[in-house]
Design a protein around this ligand. Structure first.
Ligand SMILES: Nc1ncnc2c1ncn2[C@@H]1O[C@H](COP(=O)(O)OP(=O)(O)O)[C@@H](O)[C@H]1O
Ligand SMILES: [Mg+2]
Length: 375
């Protein structure tokens, strides 16, 4: 097991600056997701850690050892890709022990190592099969087994579940969480799927355009997005972001945005908060049926246990959700005006120019999370 650090790491491909300068510290035993839209530099970052790409400049350390000049085989890492390419002519057992052969581990040690991996991943009944006799999920488990049999210091995965169907993906997600809990190996997991990142990570590194936007726990990323990009990227349906103007008086701040006038206490925002802002409201923080504000319903989308409601308010589009078992949910129709309230303690405020969060975040994130319960 080992900690991982990127220090001032830059990667340029020809004319393209893929990663301008990355600093990232992953603790020993963490499960970190690199999350971001396609092309944001996740794979490049992982490949530099694996040794499959050389950084243009900067330093990478694994377990305190500088590795960025070492070849992949000397780094004590294991990697699983989206296309996990098992050897079709070899059995499951032969596939799993393959890396041992390649690295010259004495043959006498293989059976015990194979047995422990097969048990860990529940592959015992499948050891004699060929890959084509396995389901997608079983093949993925064999690929994991092949990667883990050497007990690597760091385990790297690049979108390993994206070839699986939704149900199997959810199942494998749970298996990976459980697997990490048992083996505790430092894991770096690349995904563009925020659900995977939110459910599996100890911390998430959100990237955009090669730049790290925020590195924090799933709760920090969700309840305290560092900037407008993270705010808009995390959360389904996405947070409503509305441009507005902010004024400060003796009592606090008043923000006009769309058809909303929100009054926030002095303690809510930084003293030097910008005047030109965008406010962010998560769907669950807009509460329908009562309150000082009003909006016109545009669309009601039932999804089963809840409905997603799109509304128009002073030119701004608001997205909210309402549980299906609330009587009001059955009455909502497009074209109707509905009153609503906003959970003020959860209003996000961003500087329109820099995109940076303007909220004062000295409150414990767990306290913010519980605001709703208290309200
Ligand atoms: N071998 C390469 N040659 C040129 N450009 C590359 C190469 N690999 C990646 N890039 C560029 O670097 C950026 C980041 O790519 P990548 O790390 O694959 O993104 P992600 O995995 O987040 O989708 C993209 O703009 C991509 O086109
Ligand atoms: Mg990629």
């Amino acid at each position: 097991m080992a900690a991982v650090s990127f220090r001032n790491v830059r990667k340029v491909f020809g004319e393209t600056v893929s990663i301008p300068s990355l600093d990232l510290d992953i603790r020993d035993g963490e499960f970190v997701c690199l999350l971001g839209p396609s092309g944001c530099g996740k794979t490049t970052t992982l490949r530099m850690l694996a040794g499959l790409e050389q950084p243009t400049s900067g330093a990478i350390h694994i377990g305190g050892q500088q590795v960025h000049e070492l070849p992949p085989a000397k780094r004590d890492i294991a990697m699983v890709f989206q296309s996990y390419a098992l050897y079709p002519h070899l059995t499951v057992a032969e596939n799993i022990v393959y890396p041992l052969k390649k690295r010259g581990v004495p043959k006498g040690e293989w059976p015990a190592m194979l047995a422990s991996i097969a048990q860990l991943l529940q592959l015992e009944p499948l050891l004699a099969r060929k890959p084509k006799q396995l389901s997608g999920g079983q093949q993925q488990r064999v690929a994991l087994g092949r990667a883990l049999i050497r007990k690597p210091k760091v385990f790297l995965l690049d979108e390993p579940l994206s070839n699986l169907d939704a149900k199997l993906r959810a199942h494998m997600r749970a298996e990976l969480i459980e697997l990490h809990r048992r083996i505790g190996t430092t894991t770096v997991y690349v995904t563009h799927d925020q659900l995977e990142a939110m459910t599996m990570s100890t911390r998430i590194a959100v990237m955009n355009g090669g730049v790290l936007q925020q590195f924090g726990t799933p709760d920090e990323i969700y309840y305290r997005p560092a900037n407008q990009f993270v705010a808009g990227f995390i959360g389904t349906p996405a947070m409503s972001l509305i441009d507005g103007d902010m004024q400060r008086d003796d009592h606090g701040f008043s923000v006009r945005a769309g058809g909303l006038l929100l009054r926030l206490p002095n303690s809510a925002l930084r003293g030097d908060a910008a005047r030109e802002v965008a406010i962010g409201l998560r769907p669950e923080d807009i509460v329908l049926g009562r309150g000082a504000h009003s909006a016109r319903i545009k669309v009601v989308e039932p999804t089963g246990h809840e409905s997603i409601v799109l509304m128009e308010c002073g030119g701004a589009t608001l997205c909210t959700r309402i549980a299906s078992d609330v009587p009001l949910a059955a009455e909502l129709r497009a074209g109707q005006d509905v009153p609503f309230d906003v959970t003020l303690a959860r209003v996000h405020v961003f500087c329109r120019q820099s995109g940076l969060r303007q909220n004062r975040d000295d409150v414990n994130v767990t306290a913010i999370k519980r605001t709703r319960d208290a309200a």
